[in-house]
Design a protein. Structure first.
Length: 126
């Protein structure tokens, strides 16, 4: 990367965060929700209490999609997948954020029924 490209990337990050820099939608979730998986997105979990988020199975048409969850409040938000979450050691169905802003999970759909956990920042699987 040259200096101009680095400057452009830094400006994009400052004006909308990593989700916009990588071309994903950035969505604030102020409460419980079942999210759509038909496009790449980053969800900021902003519920004042613990948010209960449902991550549906990707389906064949969404293989390759990337979804990120980021705690925006100091709560142990819970993401429950209707398909399995493959975290490298086992398949699970639930991820719980650490109870502080910034805890995050990024998943990629690798089949119609499986989300691969690409990144986990301080959350726990069950």
């Amino acid at each position: 990367m040259n200096k101009q490209e680095i400057g452009t990337l830094a400006a994009r990050l400052a004006n909308g965060g990593i989700a916009r820099a990588i071309g994903a939608d950035l969505v604030s979730l102020p409460g419980d929700a079942t999210i759509a998986v038909d496009k790449d997105a980053a969800y900021i979990l902003n519920k004042a209490g613990v948010a209960a988020i449902t991550l549906p199975a990707p389906g064949a048409e969404n293989v390759g999609r990337v979804i990120t969850f980021i705690a925006g409040t100091a709560n142990a938000h819970v993401v429950t997948a209707t398909a399995a979450l493959a975290n490298g050691t086992a398949t699970k169905t639930t991820w719980t954020a650490a109870a502080f802003p910034g805890s995050s999970l990024t998943v990629r759909a690798i089949s119609s029924t499986l989300w691969a956990c690409v990144s986990n920042q301080l959350g726990a699987y069950a």
